[in-house]
Design a protein around this ligand. Structure first.
Ligand code: NOJ
Length: 737
């Protein structure tokens, strides 16, 4: 028996060695050994993350920096690394990090656009490509994915996440983690992921970045935690705290979040980093007295590494001497940091090959995948039949986003180079005789003096394509907006083109859902493309020409007016839900009586509904959903719900439909959302083809945090919908006993 066991152990060791992985316990031993040799000063050095490159050499040599961010020059990275590895007393390598958010050189659509694909496989591929390119420049740690649930398009960072739905958010987050990290972190092309911002950052009041949030524990657990938990379980190596406070406690100083939930409840053993100076900012919050106090609170709350507050490096030794922070806490933090460095194989391979990036940046297969992702991410939100423009020969191309290589990359495209970006104008010139008349220079431009030229050009064309939207700078961090209409004179430009009487196609290239209701009225078709990245041009040209068929679906509710925000499909019902008979402003008689309007939950001016619901998106073809059949409408808590339906392509194009399954728990010990996305599938069908689709949903996935704050499935009545968006489908009842 003993011999068999030893043989099994030997085989396991050999297997791990052959794929380059070290076992957990081997790494733990190495960490303990190294930790035992470290002085307190050296430990604190590991907990210090600084922004910069070559000028950090001296600090690296003294062992006073554990990680750097914002340096992507391989030669500089090697210089800092050399100082750490060859000059510092213990030779601990530096961990090089960067915000690689939606691609490194080859820029993929912004994350909200990637979410619109409803295709975790292409998202995982994009993250893998980002890792291949970034690691070739020496970056082994990215601050992505951002998992913040975003229900308010005024918040500029909706661009960086997967939108409003916890299930979609979790799937996309897990896909990114897998793509960045691969199966083996020690592979030199793998990059540690960082799930951020823990937590609730997207719920900033009024959509104003960094603002206070008020989120109940139940809502955290039911809505804001799930994507983090899923990504943590998928092995995300690191986690970043958030800038915001929840109920008066800044995340960076929140022990309940960072210890009780993350470590004790979820059992996650990765490394926690602060956001940029989020420790220091606890002073402005009024939670800490001074920088020294911030370090004490952050470390005791569970933070391992400090990004750019300088508080740890300045005060931790004093705090330990004064007994305000224990060495045990310090060892915990340093252990997590060293463990990651060992897992990444940095001790064996600290340096980057300075010639590597030239071989992988913008590789043809990277560009091909970026194009595919951009195609899948575009959402067709209106089409009266003009798209695709298959028969047109001469087209007018106009608008400030038609030839804006920097802007179409979107926010957080630090390392994408606009010289490599292919714009819609360039790509459409390969397909059509193009008359190019920009009309406006940039999205905020109000100068209409070129409009006459645009109108004349339109009269000479078979059709007009107007590219409007937002410049990259208008979304992303600290770029909140209170108005969500198209900026500048863009709506007027669309209206001007519409006067030509020619078919008008509008393509919106933006970082968030904008309020485009009035623009819809002035066009025949509209494609919505969240900043589509390097290959946005060819992707959109293929869609316009009909070489590709739109399949994207909205990952956020589209509003009619910014005043409706926050607005999301999976909300709780009020006691007075809208019933569709509400009176709007123009129909209210003079001297109307106080209670004459029906007293339901709506706006007198915009009514109730969104412009487009979550999950919505058209195709050039059409799909017919057959009546769903529920295999077993009475289920036990260990059963699996199975619902099948026929999906038929009833149009003329081959196309892909994202079929969606929604569920409602009709009565709960606490109010449950009106619908929740539980499954989806991209189904590709030839014209006339029909396929049986089956969704399987374990009843266990109907669990939620109930009145007693327990995660349970409550027996009772449920209903489900199978549909192409969150507002369609016929409800079908089922029961959980
Ligand atoms: C602040 C941002 O909130 C965070 O997402 C980012 O990763 C860091 N800065 C580092 O650049």
């Amino acid at each position: 028996m003993k011999r068999i066991l030893s043989a099994i152990m030997l085989i396991s060791v050999l297997a791990l060695a052959s794929c380059g992985m070290e076992s957990k316990s081997d790494i733990d031993k190495k960490v303990d050994e190294l930790l035992s040799k470290m002085t307190l000063h050296e430990k604190v050095g590991q907990m210090n993350q600084l922004s910069g490159g070559a000028w950090l050499v001296d600090q690296a040599a003294k062992g006073e920096v554990g990680s750097i961010l914002n340096c992507v020059d391989p030669a500089e990275i090697n210089a800092v690394q050399k100082a750490a590895v060859e000059q510092s007393r213990l030779g601990i390598p530096i961990l090089v990090s960067r915000d690689v958010i939606h691609g490194f050189r080859t820029i993929f659509p912004i994350p909200i656009g990637q979410a619109a694909t409803f295709d975790p496989a292409i998202v995982e591929k994009g993250a893998h490509i980002a890792a291949v390119e970034a690691t070739a420049s020496g970056v082994r740690w990215t601050f992505s994915p951002m998992l913040d649930i975003a229900r308010d398009p005024r918040w500029g960072r909706v661009a960086e996440g997967s939108g409003e739905d916890p299930y979609l958010d979790a799937l996309m987050g897990v896909a990114m983690v897998k793509g960045y990290q691969g199966d083996d972190l020690s592979d030199p092309t793998s990059m540690a992921a960082c799930i951020k911002h823990f937590v609730g950052y997207g719920a900033a009041e009024g959509g104003r970045d960094y603002n206070t949030t008020m989120i109940s524990e139940r809502s955290l657990r039911n809505t804001y935690f799930p994507a983090f938990k899923a990504a943590a379980e998928a092995g995300a190596a690191t986690l970043m705290t958030s800038f915001n406070e929840i109920d008066g406690i800044p995340s960076t100083g929140n022990k309940w979040l960072l210890k009780d939930i993350l470590r004790d409840e979820w059992g996650w053993d990765g490394m926690v980093v602060t956001d940029w100076n989020s420790a220091g900012e606890m002073i402005a919050h009024g939670f800490s007295r001074d920088l020294k106090h911030t370090a004490e609170q952050a470390i005791n709350a569970g933070v391992d590494m400090d990004m750019m507050s300088y508080g740890f490096i300045q005060y931790v030794e004093e705090l330990v001497k004064e007994g305000k922070v224990s060495e045990k806490e310090i060892d915990r933090a340093v252990r997590n940091i060293l463990k990651l460095k060992f897992e990444l194989g940095l001790f064996e391979h600290p340096y980057v090959d300075e010639t590597a990036s030239a071989k992988v940046d913008y590789a043809p297969e990277h560009l091909e995948a970026a194009k595919q992702c951009a195609i899948e991410s575009a959402v067709l939100i209106k089409n009266n039949g003009v798209l695709p423009l298959a028969g047109a020969k001469t087209i007018l191309v106009t608008g400030p986003l038609a030839d804006a290589p920097h802007e179409q990359m979107g926010t957080w495209a630090f390392d994408g180079q606009k010289e490599h970006t292919l714009t819609p104008l360039a790509a459409l010139r390969q397909e059509y005789d193009v008359i190019w008349e920009p009309g406006l220079d940039y999205s905020r431009d109000k100068d209409r003096s070129d409009f006459a030229k645009v109108r004349i050009a339109a009269s000479r064309a078979d059709a007009a394509v107007v590219f409007v939207g937002e410049e990259a700078i208008l979304s992303g961090e600290a770029h909140s907006l209170s108005k969500l209409n198209l900026q500048g004179a863009q709506s007027e430009l669309i209206a001007e083109v519409a006067k030509s009487g020619k078919p008008v196609v509008v393509v919106v290239i933006a970082g968030r859902p904008l309020t485009i209701e009035r623009d819809l009225a002035n066009c025949d078709a509209m494609l919505y493309s969240f900043h589509p990245g390097t290959m946005g041009g060819p992707a959109l040209a293929d869609l316009i020409k009909g070489k590709a068929v739109p399949s994207g679906k909205l990952p956020m509710t589209f509003l009619r007016d910014a005043g409706q925000a926050p607005f999301y499909y999976n909300h709780n019902n009020s006691g007075r839900p809208c019933n569709g008979t509400e009176t709007l402003l123009d129909d209210i008689p003079m001297a109307a009586g106080q209670t004459s309007l029906g007293c339901t939950s709506y706006y007198l001016d915009t009514g109730y509904g969104p412009l487009f619901p979550f999950g919505y998106g058209l195709s050039y073809t059409s799909f017919e959903y057959g009546k769903p059949v529920v295999e077993n409408a009475e289920l036990g808590r260990d059963d699996v719900l199975r619902v099948s339906f026929d999906l038929k392509n009833t149009g003329k194009y081959e196309g892909t439909e994202v079929a969606q399954l929604y569920v409602q728990d009709k009565v709960g010990s606490v109010v449950r959302p009106v619908r929740e996305l539980k499954r989806f599938e991209r189904v590709n069908l030839a014209p006339g083809e029909s396929r049986k689709v089956t969704f399987e949903l374990p009843v266990a996935e109907l669990a939620f945090w109930n009145f007693d704050m327990e995660y349970v499935v409550e027996p009772g009545d449920f209903r489900l919908w199978v549909a192409g968006d969150s507002a369609s489908g016929t409800p079908i009842d089922f029961v959980v006993k």
